[in-house]
Design a protein around this ligand. Structure first.
Ligand code: NAP
Length: 304
């Protein structure tokens, strides 16, 4: 039975030259807690070997603190413990501004990036990402924004999220030579296979883009399945998890990383034990047979 190669714990962030852990930790659900609790979570991620931390200016928008709240909370953590900043590759996103909804014009992104830096109390982010595609901005304009921000030392690398294959390809054509597109960030989990089937991960392989997989547990549905499809996927994951003595969630992260594009699952949990446990994903190796069993369970029909 053919076994897929184990996944190293670190990888390059596309062509940026930046080394990151093969798993990331995300702050979508971070806002609305105390600075002490927030610091504990950040430290749990870093102490468990996760070096890539993903936030966005809009995170927290739905809560009491509103737009910018997750970044502001991280800024408070940095103010209390400045050394934490140097232990991480810090990624944020901009380009969603309710009620617009999307704006990727250079004028807007210039101000959005400056506001993100200010909220977090940092001089630069290591990775800046366009959160969602703005149909009304020419990709050349996006590339010009990124080039300027890079030249000014405000960003170390540039990426996009939720773009179609064609939108990403168009942007690739306009990126400057000294700042290649480094990352993409599609939704990807055993319950969301689009990036696997629509050419997104193939584009990542072709252009050496690091794919960051958002909602790797389907927003928690893999941990707590509520329908037949999720239950079938969970059962296929459990079979492998039990063999390796790890949790279903660790098996899920490793299933995602087993793809040759080496997608980086963004762990979304805001619980210390669950963040720590994510590293168990590196203990899992997949046979082709078992990997495809999860895929088939998700598709709900056999492969041709
Ligand atoms: P997820 O891992 O799919 O879901 C995390 C949720 O599952 C949390 O509410 C967590 O609750 C829950 N959960 C239940 N049981 C769990 C278990 N055993 N282990 C771990 N989690 C469990 O990820 P996500 O939070 O939806 O997204 C992850 C990250 O992706 C975000 O933080 C963000 O950085 C990124 N993201 C990006 C976009 C985009 O448009 N680019 C969109 C969405 C998300 P507890 O906290 O209680 O553990």
């Amino acid at each position: 039975m053919s076994t897929l190669p184990p996944v190293p714990a670190t990888r390059l962030l596309g062509k940026s030259g930046i080394v990151v852990s093969s798993m990331a930790w995300g702050m979508w659900r971070f806002a609305g807690r105390s600075v002490a609790e927030a610091r504990t979570l950040v430290e749990a991620a870093l102490d468990s070997g996760i070096t890539l931390l993903d936030t966005a200016d809009i995170y927290g928008f739905d809560g009491k603190g509103g737009f910018g709240n997750a970044e502001a909370l991280l800024g408070q953590v940095f103010a209390e413990a400045p050394a934490l900043r140097d232990r991480m590759v810090l990624a944020t996103k901009g380009g969603i501004m309710p009620p617009l909804p999307y704006d990727s014009s250079p004028a807007y992104l210039d101000t959005a990036l400056d506001a993100s830096l200010k909220r977090m109390g940092v001089h630069r982010v290591d990775l800046y990402q366009i959160h969602r595609p703005d149909i009304l901005t020419h990709p050349h304009e996006i590339a010009k924004f990124a080039e300027k921000a890079y030249a000014l030392g405000k960003i170390g690398a540039f990426g996009v999220s939720n773009m179609t294959v064609a939108q990403t390809a168009a942007l690739l054509a306009f990126m400057p030579r000294d700042l290649p597109l480094s990352t993409i960030q599609p939704e990807l989990s055993p319950l969301c296979l689009d990036a696997i089937t629509d050419g997104t991960l193939d584009l990542a392989l072709q252009h050496n883009l690091a794919p960051m997989a958002w909602s790797p547990l389907g927003g928690g549905r893999i941990a707590s399945p509520t329908d037949a499809r999720a239950t079938a996927v969970a059962a296929a994951l459990d079979a492998v998890a039990q063999t390796h003595g790890v949790s279903r969630t660790a098996a899920t992260y490793s299933w995602i990383m087993a793809h040759p594009a080496r997608p980086i699952p963004i762990v979304g949990s805001q619980q210390v034990d669950r963040i720590r446990e994510a590293a168990d994903a590196y203990k899992v190796t997949w046979t082709r047979e078992d990997w495809y069993k999860v895929l088939v369970a998700s598709r709900g029909e056999k492969l041709p």
